[in-house]
Design a protein around this ligand. Structure first.
Ligand code: NI
Length: 388
């Protein structure tokens, strides 16, 4: 049975929440109305504590169980994307250029559904701490909440989250042990030279030639620095240089992204890129400045927490619809910061044949929300059972 009976009873209400959130998307840390909506619902449910203002517009709520025990964290992201929604849904985004294209409206709804159920039933020991975070899509809202001490303040000993997954049938919940999403870092390479007339190339260093050699040399980083059994990506995604036919420009900008699953690869690639960039520049006598920024860490699932999460998923949706062998993805997710702090798991909830994440035709499948809510609820009841 994929949905708990009590949650199935208010599935229509969850649909209304989700579609309201979908129509009113907000970006990054500016999830003010979303936080207000979440707070109103939590007050109606009768949760024990509500704390606003984490990471500007995040909301943290506590539901106390019927006996003493530890605290388990459940996290949902609330922010949308700067994408213009193209479908004419009855609950289409009311804000041009902003849409819930990653289904965080669905994640927020799943956690609200779990909160309603858990506040009613309280069939668990200890506390459940609900973490509604802003700014997953680029701002690192999870990191900010951690810096503000959210785990210490509420004593969170383990933490769980889900992401909806297009292509995975509705009713399936998959996960995997170890790295599940990649670390995502960025670089900018500023090449500076003396420009010249294009007919007198001997009087300049050509930043297009220098930059091109860098692009090609960077292709060898993964193939010749990284263990072939490890996954890694180095992509140059921007090459800005010049603006006409008869001038050798005086500068170039290359930018790109680096994705890794292992911390050692992350360090090794950063070092290798610096060597290549400086080496190629020196070969040509160009000046170069590398700006390398470490972003979200890899999202690494704890083996024990993952075995537990998989067991819960199996109980909720059935063994044939729960897998612990979900293929790791080179996308990134700021829940990785939370998993650096305490053991936990990140799982994928099927939403069927929707458009892909971050696509302007994407829409979260409402039928998946009660399933995610049931999974969250059972995680709490099984992690911190009353009769232990
Ligand atoms: Ni997302």
């Amino acid at each position: 049975m994929p949905v708990l009976n009590r949650i199935a009873e208010f599935a229509d209400e969850m649909k209304v929440w989700r579609q309201h959130l979908h129509a009113n998307p907000e970006l990054l840390f500016e999830t003010k109305e979303t936080a207000a909506f979440v707070t109103q619902r939590l007050e109606e449910f009768g949760v024990d504590e509500i704390h606003q203002g984490f990471a500007k517009n995040g909301v943290v709520a506590v539901i106390r169980g019927q006996a003493d025990g530890p605290a388990i964290g459940l996290r949902a992201d609330m922010d949308a994307l700067p994408i213009n929604e193209v479908r004419d849904l009855p609950y289409k985004s009311t804000k041009p250029g902003v849409m819930h294209a990653c289904g965080h409206d669905g994640h927020t709804t799943m956690l609200l559904g779990a909160a309603k159920y858990l506040a009613e039933t309280r069939n668990f020991a200890g506390n459940v701490v609900l973490l509604f975070q802003p700014a997953e899509e680029g701002g690192g809202g999870a990191r900010v909440m951690l810096e503000e001490g959210v785990f210490e303040r509420f004593g969170i000993a383990q933490v769980y989250a889900v992401h909806n997954w297009p292509g995975l049938p509705v009713g399936e919940i998959d996960t995997n042990s170890g790295p599940s999403m990649a670390a995502a870092d960025q670089f900018d390479i500023h090449i500076k030279v003396n420009g010249a007339h294009a007919a007198w190339p001997h009087l300049s260093v050509d930043p297009i030639v220098v930059g091109s050699e860098m692009v090609l040399a960077l292709q060898s980083v993964v193939s010749r620095t990284i263990d072939p059994h490890h996954a890694a990506v180095v992509s140059v995604t921007r090459f800005h240089c010049g603006n006409t036919y008869n001038v050798i420009p005086d500068k170039a900008l290359l930018s790109g992204t680096v994705r890794t699953m292992e911390a050692e690869d992350r360090e090794a690639i950063a070092k290798r890129i610096e060597q290549i960039v400086n080496g190629v520049a020196a070969t040509h006598g160009a000046e170069v400045k590398l700006d390398y920024r470490f972003g979200y860490p890899a999202t690494v699932n704890d083996p024990g927490a993952t075995a537990f999460a998989h067991k819960v998923a199996t109980d909720v949706v059935g063994a044939e619809r729960a897998s612990d062998a979900h293929a790791p993805q080179m996308g990134a997710e700021d829940f990785g910061y939370m998993l650096e702090k305490v053991p936990g798991n990140y799982a994928y909830v099927g939403v069927g044949d929707t458009a892909g994440l971050h696509h302007p035709e994407y829409d979260f499948e409402d039928a998946a929300a009660p399933i995610g809510a049931s999974y969250f609820a059972r995680l709490v009841e099984q992690a911190q059972p009353l009769n232990r």
